[in-house]
Design a protein around this ligand. Structure first.
Ligand code: SF4
Length: 193
């Protein structure tokens, strides 16, 4: 740690102890202490380079792995990579959150029934069957072979596909090709936002 950062941190900790004495929240100080711990851990971690999978820009990453547990503990932009020189867009900067280190990552299918206010855990068979049944119902009812001018369009305009922030270029291509094969024209993706 540089001298300047050390001084900043010391001041922060001192102020935090004083605030705690006055009955004020220590959350920011605790957050800073966590950051310091993480910096220490990253310094002694095994570092490997990788490429962000999300888009064709191909930004360079440094992945830090805890040598004792073999678990990934940090991912950040690679300052020596000629494409991004250490910077990452919001999507790439959040890539660490997609690893098993994130306890809030979704790992199960969650379903909320119409008009319900609670989520239920389901399995993939339930989700796939339900999605397939809805798509079939819509295609049977609304598939448009020709438009009002008589031109063949083969469209399904009552179903849209949206997502996702956590899929890469190749997955996006597969999903777009599949959706278009069903006649969908309303496709949207987080990367356009
Ligand atoms: S998604 Fe962002 S971080 Fe990832 S390669 Fe593209 S521009 Fe870089």
């Amino acid at each position: 740690m540089k001298r300047r950062s050390f001084l900043k941190l010391s001041c922060g900790l001192g102020a935090g102890i004083m605030l705690s004495g006055l009955g004020l929240s220590l959350m920011p100080v605790e957050g800073m202490a966590q950051e310091l711990k993480k910096i220490d851990k990253v310094k002694s971690a095994a570092q490997t380079t990788s490429i962000c999978c999300y888009c064709a820009v191909g930004c360079g990453l440094i992945c830090s792995t805890d040598k004792s547990t073999g678990k990934i503990i940090n991912i950040e932009g690679d300052p020596e990579h000629p494409v991004n020189e250490g910077s990452l867009c919001a999507k790439g900067a959040g890539i660490y959150q997609t690893t098993e280190a994130n306890p809030h990552r979704l790992t199960k299918v969650l379903y909320r029934a119409p008009h319900a206010d609670k989520w239920e855990e389901k399995d993939w068979d339930f989700a796939i069957d339900r999605i397939a049944a809805h798509i079939k119902k819509e295609r049977d009812a609304s598939f448009m072979v020709k438009n009002k001018d008589g031109a063949v369009v083969n469209r399904l305009e009552t179903v849209a596909h949206m997502g996702s922030s956590n899929i890469d270029s190749e997955e996006c291509w597969n999903i777009a090709a599949f959706a278009r094969s069903l006649g969908l024209v309303y496709l949207e993706h987080q990367a356009r936002v």
